[in-house]
Design a protein around this ligand. Structure first.
Ligand code: NDP
Length: 242
């Protein structure tokens, strides 16, 4: 029986690349997305044409009832991996930041990881093996102006992964964080050309990364080769956060 890996935010960008790579490696991938049905269908089509197995679930990870319903659905599956990748940004000057901008970002990034992990950890504990990967951000390590909400949420997610790693290590479950730098996704592609060039000048490797370059590290952390890595934070950022 194929082992299941759950990927949040799997319909676009880095998440899509993770889904396609893992499905190609033989996992049964269940990915969650918020609302873009067309993008989710495109991922399913790409996976199917490559001979893989993936399922799309429209599930708002910021919504407790949605997450609970999803966890019930997969309760009897051999869940091997969990990739917390979904995130939103809602930037603004701290004093002008609406309470909703704080709440939505915290719920989507940090609370979602708490809820989904609680709901999916039991099959890993029963099996005595499992892999959890959080997709973090340099914003959560360094703090970025205009992103106090996102920096706080990502910093919390990094700490969540480290603390959980200590707690579940004895059950052979690893928990690690992958930190992307500038990666060419919809978000970055929408930036003005001049701003993009300016960002590129700051990157030691001189270019933005591709989603697949992040996905490969996630795949490695899920693999047997990463059996002795836990509580780690791995930057995939062309050196910009060094
Ligand atoms: P995208 O904005 O391209 O994609 C976001 C994905 O998350 C979509 O599939 C979206 O679904 C889903 N999503 C958003 N909110 C929710 C929600 N409430 N419930 C379920 N799914 C949701 O993101 P990226 O690929 O750029 O980023 C992926 C991860 O990498 C994020 O954690 C981000 O913080 C991190 N990162 C990215 C960087 C970059 O340069 N791109 C840099 C540093 C970190 P839908 O389309 O349906 O809304």
């Amino acid at each position: 029986m194929k082992e299941t890996v759950i990927v949040t935010g799997g319909s676009r960008g880095i998440g899509r690349s993770i889904v396609e790579l893992l499905a190609g490696e033989g996992y049964r991938v269940r990915f969650l997305y918020r609302s873009n049905d067309g993008a989710a269908r495109a991922v399913l089509a790409a996976v199917a044409s490559a001979g893989g197995e993936a399922y799309a679930h429209r599930c708002d990870v910021a919504d407790a009832a949605n997450v609970e319903a999803f966890c019930e659905l997969v309760a009897d599956e051999p869940i091997y991996g969990l990739v917390h990748n979904a995130a939103v940004i809602w930037d603004g000057h701290f004093l002008l930041m609406a309470p909703e901008a704080w709440e939505v970002v915290m719920q989507t990034v940090m609370t979602a990881a708490y809820r989904l992990t609680r709901g999916c950890l039991r099959p890993m504990l029963r099996a005595g093996r499992g892999r959890i990967v959080a997709v973090g951000s340099l914003s959560g390590m360094l703090g970025h102006a205009g992103q106090v909400n996102y920096s706080t949420a990502k910093g919390g997610l990094h700490a969540f992964a480290k603390a959980l790693a200590r707690e579940v290590g004895r059950y052979r479950i690893t928990v690690n964080t992958v930190v992307p730098g500038w990666i060419m996704t919809d978000l970055v592609a929408a930036m003005p050309e001049a701003k993009r060039r300016e960002a590129e000048r700051e990157i030691p490797l001189g270019r933005m990364g591709a989603p697949l370059e992040v996905a490969r590290v996630v795949s490695f952390l899920l693999s047997e080769q990463a059996s002795y890595i836990t509580g780690a934070t791995i930057r995939v950022d062309g050196g910009v956060g060094a």
